[in-house]
Unconditional design. Structure first.
Length: 545
């Protein structure tokens, strides 16, 4: 009997340095090589130029009173300023708080309050998102927030100009006092009860995770990585930006928010060798009417992650987009984020049917959720992982941290998985009551808590139902207060502008009661099955739904 427990290779040493020190080493090796390309902002910088900009921004933050350990929120789609703030905060020991650009007032206020943000960097607006209006609405309720920088106004130039009062020696002294183990990033991940939890990550955790992700993709300074995934996720800022800066590869940002036309055009124009995306992004590109007209011959590798990947999509990416060495990654925000990944040298079969093996210096095991005992290989159980990549904890929430990380340091994922005889892991389901819509993790309880605030709603239960495009869609079962009347459109309108668009229910059922177990627990599986039948969604179900 072989137990489902494994440990990654240890031949590549862990990086025991800060992000700032690592960036300096890259500049020393590849200073004249292109670092950042943002076509829609007309930005094209070498590593030396990029690092110089980061230093100017870092000094500006110091001049504005940002001290070691202060929290700086970053709230916007993918712009160059996001990347500068990422590296500048790391260089001065400030903790960057990633704020999802889809957040609305309720979620924004909670993230700023819970993290104790001192500064928020954002833009005035983007498409239909009126960021400045929302900031002005919530700022009076966040006493720690003393400074807001709108980078699409004169604020940005003023921030950089303020840095003239800080010397190179002062910046160097601040950087030299930082430790690799210091908290450097807070990322909010939806909670199973109530509001999101702030996964707190260190220089060491995200820098090394990025190193091994890049290693699995075979990166060098000759690679050009197209990053259309959002920076506020680890996918963009760690697997994308940090992996590039470690290896001296080029960060290529094709669009502020995902647009398949812009991505394909940028891959062609910039001769990108690697492309990232969640499965729905690749589906959109594969379905583009002019796909065959784009020259994608430069592509070699990339990463598909964020939600279960349909096998056929992987095969089409390999065959139709020239990504012969595309990889699959699996993890969660709490693990910086990647825990397992296929590599460019794995067989096509392994790369389309598994999420790979554990990263170097990482341990993984599959346990019986009831007993906690490690199961045999090939047997379903909960995926647990331990190592450098596990978060420091949830920000100022010791109770939730203890629920996620056990006394022996194992992070419990809540995902059901198997491990084969060769150590390849396959994710087969979820223990947690989790909806994954287009790569976004959505916890029903968070939406339920919000729906409870409607004066006409007595109770609400939220489930995921299958969707061919997004994997899952959000559905709410709602019980109204006695005598109350509410339409689906009215409920959806109530949600708009207050919770992120991807959390707004796509379907609503008004019911008198919920199916319950004899012990009084809601039977969500039964709700899901009935909803699929009532809505006629049987054809939407896939093997990975």
């Amino acid at each position: 009997m072989t137990l489902a427990i494994d440990r990654g290779a240890t031949d590549t040493p862990l990086l025991e340095e800060t992000i700032g020190d690592n960036l300096a080493a890259t500049v020393a090796r590849f200073g004249d090589h292109e670092a950042l390309v943002v076509p829609y902002q007309n930005i094209r910088q070498t590593w030396a130029e990029f690092a110089a900009t980061v230093d100017v921004v870092a000094k500006g933050l110091m001049a504005r009173g940002i001290a070691n350990g202060d929290r700086v929120g970053m709230w916007s789609p993918n712009f160059a300023e996001w990347v500068y703030i990422q590296y500048a905060t790391a260089k001065i020991g400030a903790i960057q708080v990633n704020v999802n650009p889809a957040y609305r007032t309720t979620e924004l206020e909670y993230a700023l309050q819970q993290s104790g943000c001192k500064m928020l960097v954002t833009c005035t607006s983007y498409l239909t998102s009126m960021y400045q209006d929302m900031v002005e609405t919530v700022a009076p309720n966040v006493p720690t927030l003393t400074d807001v920088i709108y980078f699409d106004t004169d604020d940005w130039a003023e921030l950089k100009a303020a840095g003239a009062s800080i010397t190179d020696e002062q910046l160097a002294e601040r950087s030299s006092n930082l430790l690799a183990s210091d908290a450097i990033n807070i990322q909010y991940t939806s909670g199973t009860t109530g509001f999101p939890k702030g996964a707190t990550l260190s220089h060491r955790s995200i820098l090394n995770d990025a190193q091994f992700v890049g290693q699995a993709c075979g990166y060098s300074n000759t690679d050009r990585v197209c990053i259309p995934v959002p920076f506020y996720h680890c996918f963009g800022m760690v697997m994308g930006n940090l992996a590039c800066s470690i290896f001296g590869a080029t960060m290529v940002i094709p669009c502020p928010t995902f647009d398949p036309q812009a991505v394909l055009q940028t891959v062609q124009d910039e001769s990108c060798t690697s492309l990232y995306g969640v499965p729905t992004m690749f589906v959109a590109q594969l379905g583009h009417e002019d796909l065959d007209a784009f020259d994608l011959s430069s592509l070699r590798t990339g990463i598909m992650a964020g939600s279960p990947c349909p096998i056929e999509v992987m095969r089409n990416v390999i065959d139709k987009m020239n990504m012969s060495e595309v990889t699959i990654a699996y993890g969660q925000t709490e693990t910086s984020p990647v825990s397992t990944q296929t590599s460019t040298t794995d067989s096509v079969e392994h790369r389309v049917t598994t999420v790979g093996r554990v990263l170097p210096h990482v341990e993984a095991k599959i346990i019986d959720p009831e007993t906690g005992e490690t199961v045999e290989r090939g047997t379903d159980g909960e995926y647990c992982t331990r190592g450098f990549h596990v978060m420091l904890g949830y920000w100022e929430d010791a109770e939730k941290t203890a629920e996620a990380i056990d006394a022996d340091g194992w992070m419990h994922s809540g995902d059901l998985a198997t491990m084969d005889d060769d150590g390849y892991v396959n994710i087969v389901g979820r223990i947690k009551d989790l909806i994954i819509r287009g790569g976004e993790n959505i916890y029903p309880r968070e939406i339920e808590e919000f729906l409870y605030t409607h004066p006409l709603i007595a109770d609400a239960q939220v489930i995921g139902v299958p969707d061919a495009k997004y994997g899952e869609q959000v559905m709410a079962w709602v019980q109204l207060a006695p005598g109350a009347r509410l339409t689906t459109d009215e409920l959806i309108e109530f949600c708009r502008g207050k919770i992120a668009h991807f959390k707004v229910p796509r379907y609503v059922a008004f019911v008198d009661d919920f199916p319950m177990t004899v012990t009084g627990k809601v039977r969500k599986l039964e709700m899901r099955e009935k909803s699929i039948a009532d809505l006629g969604l049987q054809s939407e179900i896939t093997d990975t739904a």
